[in-house]
Write a protein that binds this ligand. Structure first.
Ligand SMILES: [Zn+2]
Length: 946
């Protein structure tokens, strides 16, 4: 179909005015740039001037990227504001609409551009709802209607770029493609836009991108460096992969922790695209990768996808062959974790395709072959990929739409082989339950709310326990697998998805022969397990009278706060407790935490609940409490008397420990792991609303007395260099009453040596003493539970030996060291295992008796009295809950400590074996971290008198 003029004549005037207004600023920009221009003696290979789309035939009335950017496209990476300027200019074209779908933490707008023919723009809502009917066949009145939609409706492509902010070339390729689609006067482009709605999200991570470009720009001089080690390419800590809080957004699609993710998920849910692509960069010495991916495949992947991956790859390969470029498919990128762009897109029934281009850091580099790879060439590769993929989509539009509908119809058909209904009873932690459900709803998952009580059969819970029948109250949330987004529902909620036998065999072979795993990311992520919430699945569909789930605004707790009460109480079961406690402590309120269950006004409060006595506080207490309720959503209960109405403690007694205001320093900067540090920072700042100090390693050598909590995240590389110069000052600080929290490899380092900070040891260092630790665990488990037979005390004295307390036996004929080394090969790559909690310990207040833990790596922490381990891994045979845990790994891990607590003079040391707030989504273990900070200084140390 012919396409008239790309620009409304009426709009051309506006546009011309805009260009004029830009030109003066461009002129000064060009002058400023000359000092960084490349010298003339440089080899011509530094320049790559191939046109990106050679026969484009651009409409000269539409401003070209170089005029908008002030430099030729691909000569250097464009920043967020420059890309924004281009899209805003092109939004004056009748082919493009620009939409803001959110803001980053640093307040950069997040955009997507909708590009299609003017005729399609005129009926864009009708197109969207027609595709919406294919995406939800319950809306189709007949097969004939489906046929008509497939015949008449453009297919939808969603193209994402540079989700890793330091993988720069994607966003500049987005500019090239958008300009081509908007400005090219070619007939085939007009035809392409008749057949497609192309949604371009040019920058999935603007904060990371601008951070990285600022870093690399700082190191540019007059002579470019081709060395990829140079900071001109590599930047410096924290580089730009991650967003503001250092989250990897290409893991966040299923988790929705970040505003970037939530904004763009809503766009995809709204548009139901058939193609989802994501342009990345990989190692600088590589070539180019696209899909098909390799095994393991997520079991919710549609079989139809394999056909389409091949079709798209054949044409993408041909497009690269035309230039003689290198590329490959079916290597290293697997399809198991559904939290990547392409994986999540595929679970939404799109053809999800990953692009990986050798990275350059935005300037020319020399590869090991000696060849120079310019940034512009990297951009060119991505631009050719995208154009090829959308041409394939347009060329196969009807078949792709048919297969899209087929996937949705299959989703609504019965599937006896898989969990049919997931159930979430309304527990005491409403805040966390709502957070989980809001995350599902934002991804388009349909949720039912039971309007009356019911019972269900053949249930399995997140701890692997089965029940023939269980009653559920009204208000229980249900997710049916049979819904248009069945694949995604399964991918998010299936408790224990299994890899194919074939993959398992190949993974084992790879581990045994090459000592490396073929798994690219984690093997388990089940969202209800991560949340640490009670949840069930059953194979038989449960149908009850229900209403649809609706997102609720956060309340202010909903209780009146009495003026003249004796005290006030806040329940620790709900996550609103965390924010309430943080608020009150920062406001200078004297807050106590209960070490026993207590009652207020006939309501029972579990350990860790807050008690605020009026006489210990200022007159503005009720005002502070109201502010805390508003800030946190926590309900504040008023107690008229200190007297308990039953056998629980009176409120004026000693079972309520006075908390200290946390003065937290979080180690930041190089060499901390950005993911570890960022997830902690996010927990303190966003979840808790707690003001903290981000300090660098040098500050650890200074006066630490201003802090009462220091948190050391995992590090990139060795912890020795960090710890060696600060060990004695840290020790002195702990002894003076500080709470030191060390995570991951820093915790392992403290456990490996006589730092004087910890008596915890790593398994690999204690192979001759395993029996002692096994006995200690058996005694610890038995503590407080020994049945007392009075006759065996008074008359026939009989010792009670805890079962398992004498495990001191050689494990096999292999010596212990060789066996341990062998088992370490099979160490978990992101698995979910069972943890057992000592609920009496203050660190575990608010945690259930058992909960799922995320676990990776080979460090296994051994602890015995007097070291306390409030949370341990379960015994080897009952350990695995979800994901791939080889029995060898389970044997090492079973019964070891997840977290340890040790008193050191007036202070204490806490070692955490794993990231407690993994990816910002592990609410189940995040509470440990929060307890450590909010309760630690009051409950675990001896602070000086005021
Ligand atoms: Zn990437």
């Amino acid at each position: 179909m012919r396409f008239p003029q790309a620009l409304h004549p009426a709009r051309a005037v506006v546009l011309a005015g805009m260009i004029l207004s830009i030109i003066p600023s461009l002129a000064s920009h060009a002058i400023a740039q000359t000092s960084l221009a490349e010298p003339a003696w440089l080899p011509s290979a530094y320049q790559y001037d191939k046109p990106i789309y050679p026969d484009a035939n651009y409409d000269e009335q539409i401003p070209a990227p170089k005029d908008l950017l002030g430099f030729p496209l691909g000569s250097r990476p464009a920043r967020h504001a420059q890309i924004e300027r281009c899209f805003q200019a092109w939004a004056k074209s009748e082919r493009l609409t620009l939409v803001t779908h959110g803001f980053t933490y640093e307040h950069r707008p997040l955009y997507h551009a909708i590009i299609t023919s003017p005729e399609n723009h005129a009926r864009i809502d009708a197109i969207r709802s027609a595709i919406g009917a294919l995406a939800d066949p319950r809306k189709l009145s007949s097969d004939a209607e489906a046929e008509r939609i497939i015949r008449q409706t453009p297919a939808i492509a969603w193209l994402g770029h540079s989700i890793h902010g330091d993988e720069l070339s994607g966003a500049d390729a987005a500019l090239a493609l958008a300009y081509y689609l908007v400005a090219s006067r070619r007939d085939d482009v007009a035809e392409l836009l008749d057949n497609l709605v192309v949604i371009i999200d040019p920058m999935l991570n603007p904060d990371g991108r601008d951070r990285f470009i600022t870093q690399t720009d700082e190191f540019q001089g007059t002579v470019p460096s081709l060395d990829t080690n140079s900071m001109q390419h590599a930047g410096r800590w924290p580089r730009g992969r991650t967003n503001h809080y250092y989250f990897d957004l290409n893991r966040d699609w299923i988790l929705g922790v970040n505003p970037e993710t939530r904004g763009r998920r809503a766009v995809i849910v709204r548009w139901n695209p058939q193609l989802v692509t994501d342009a990345h960069e990989m190692g600088s010495d590589d070539t180019y990768l696209f899909y098909p991916p390799r095994a393991p495949f997520n079991p919710n992947t549609s079989p139809l996808l394999h056909k389409w991956w091949k079709t798209f790859a054949d044409e993408q390969g041909a497009a690269f062959d035309a230039y003689g470029w290198s590329y490959y498919t079916r290597e290293w990128a697997d399809f198991w974790y559904p939290g990547y762009t392409d994986g999540w897109g595929a679970m939404q029934s799109a053809v999800g395709i990953l692009y990986e281009q050798a990275g350059t850091g935005g300037r020319p580099i020399r590869q090991s072959s000696g060849a120079i790879l310019t940034y512009r060439e990297a951009v060119h590769h991505h631009a050719v990929s995208s154009l090829s993929n959308i041409k394939t989509l347009a060329g196969h539009r009807r078949e792709v739409l048919q297969d899209f509908l087929a996937q949705k119809r299959a989703a609504l058909a019965a599937d006896d082989a898989r969990p049919a209904t997931f159930l979430f009873p309304p527990g005491p932690n409403t805040t966390r339950t709502r957070a989980l459900l809001d995350n599902l709803a934002n991804q388009g998952i349909e949720i039912e709310v039971a309007t009356s009580a019911f019972s269900a059969k053949n249930l399995t819970n997140t701890l692997g326990e089965t029940a023939e029948q269980r009653d559920f109250p009204a208000g229980t949330y249900l997710v049916q697998r049979r819904q248009p987004r069945a694949a995604l529902a399964g991918a998010l909620l299936d408790f224990d998805p299994r890899m194919s036998d074939e993959f398992l065999t190949s993974e084992r072979r790879e581990l045994e022969t090459r000592r490396r795993s073929r798994i690219y990311d984690i093997t388990a992520w089940c969202l209800p397990m991560a949340a640490g919430l009670e949840a069930y699945w059953t194979k038989k569909e449960v149908h009850v009278t229900h209403s649809a789930y609706a997102r609720a605004e956060r309340s202010d707790g909903g209780l009146p706060i009495t003026e003249h009460a004796y005290a006030y109480a806040i329940d620790s079961s709900d996550d609103s407790w965390e924010r309430a406690a943080a608020f009150l402590l920062q406001a200078g309120v004297k807050v106590r935490a209960a070490e026993r269950r207590f009652n207020v006004a006939d309501r029972s409060f579990p350990t860790g609940s807050l008690l605020i006595r009026a006489h210990e506080n200022d007159r503005d207490l009720t005002k502070r409490l109201r502010q805390a309720a508003e800030f946190s959503g926590a309900a504040v209960y008023s107690a008229a008397t200190a007297r308990s109405s039953d056998d629980t403690p009176d409120l004026g007694g000693q079972h309520f420990l006075l908390l200290e205001r946390p003065r937290v320093a979080l180690l930041s900067g190089s060499p901390t792991s950005t993911n570890s540090m960022g997830s902690l920072w996010h927990a303190f700042d966003q979840d808790l609303g707690l003001g903290i100090s981000l300090i660098d390693a040098a500050a650890l050598r200074g006066d630490l007395r201003r802090y009462n909590v220091i948190v050391l995240p995992s590090l990139f590389g060795s912890a020795e260099r960090l710890l060696a110069p600060v060990k004695s000052s840290l020790k002195q600080w702990v002894r003076g009453g500080g709470t030191l929290i060390a995570i991951g490899n820093v915790a392992a380092k403290l456990a490996r040596e006589d730092s004087g900070l910890s008596a915890v040891r790593l398994r690999r260092d204690m192979l001759d003493d395993l029996g002692k630790y096994a006995s200690a665990v058996a005694l610890e488990r038995q503590a407080g539970r020994t049945p007392v037979a009075p006759r065996q005390v008074w008359d026939t004295p009989t010792e009670h030996v805890p079962p398992g307390a004498n495990l001191d036996k050689p494990e096999t004929e292999l010596n212990a060291k060789a066996l341990d080394e062998w088992r370490r090969i099979f160490s978990p790559v992101g698995v979910i295992v069972r943890g057992r909690v000592n609920q009496d310990h203050w660190l575990a207040w608010g945690l259930p008796a058992e909960l799922p833990l995320h676990c990776s790596g080979n460090n296994v922490f051994l602890a015995k009295y007097p070291v306390q381990a409030p949370l341990r891994y379960a015994a080897p045979t009952e350990l695995r809950l979800s994901g791939l845990l080889w029995p060898e790994a389970g044997s090492r891990l079973g019964d070891s400590a997840y977290v340890t607590v040790e008193k050191l003079s007036r202070g204490q040391v806490l070692l955490l074996a794993q990231e407690p707030n993994f990816r910002g989504a592990w609410a189940g273990t995040r509470r440990l971290l929060i307890n450590a900070v909010l309760l630690g200084p009051g409950c675990g140390t001896s602070p000086p008198a005021p």
